[in-house]
Design a protein around this ligand. Sequence first.
Ligand SMILES: Cc1cc2nc3c(=O)[nH]c(=O)nc-3n(C[C@H](O)[C@H](O)[C@H](O)COP(=O)(O)O)c2cc1C
Length: 178
Amino acid sequence: MSTPFSQRELRDAFGLFATGVTVVTAVRPDGEPVGVTANSFSSVSLQPPLLLWCLAAGSGSVGAFAPGAPFAVHILSHQQRELALHFARRSAEKFEVDRHWRSRPHPPQLADSLCRFDCSVHAVHEGGDHLIVVGEVLAIARVPGAPLAFHAGRFGTFSADRDVGPVDVWHDLQDQWY
Ligand SMILES: Cc1cc2nc3c(=O)[nH]c(=O)nc-3n(C[C@H](O)[C@H](O)[C@H](O)COP(=O)(O)O)c2cc1C
C-alpha cells in the first residue's frame, strides 16, 4: 500500500507520543526465558482487568505468548535505563539466569521496577507487522519511585507541572466521563 509518508516518518511521528517504558518477560515452550523492552503498553479494561502491548511479529519471543501463557510486565523506574537498553537487544542470552530469574519456572521478575503486573495471555490479535498481546492481570506488585519515560527516541523522566498542585486529575475527570 502506498502512503503519503515514509516508514521513517511514521515511526518518528509515533515517537512523539511520550510513554513510559516496560520490560515484558515470559518463558518460551522450550523453557528459555524471554524479555523485551516495550513502550507499546496500554491499559485496556478494569473489569475484567486487561492490559495490552504490541510485539513485533518477527520476534524470536513470539512463541512465549500463546493464549493462557503467563507473562510479566515491568514498568521501569528512571534508574533502569540500562535495563531498558539491555532488553532492547536482539539476543537470545538476555538473562544471566541466576541474577534475573529466581522466579523460575515462572516468568523472570526484575527487581526494583515501579510496578509488575503478573498476567496470563487473554488473546493475541494480528496487527499488521505486530501482534497485539492482551493480558489478564492476575497480581500487582508496586514500589515507589520516578518513572523512566521515552519521547522522540530519547529517555528521560516525568516532571509534574508545579502550578497545578497535588490534584488527582484522573479521579477529578472520570466522574464527567462515565
Ligand atoms: C524504548 C523502546 C521501546 C520498544 N518498544 C517495543 C514494542 O513495544 N514492541 C516490540 O516488539 N519491540 C519494541 N522495542 C524493540 C524490542 O525491545 C527489541 O526489538 C526486542 O528486545 C528484540 O527481542 P527479540 O530478540 O526477542 O525479538 C522497543 C525498544 C525500545 C528501546
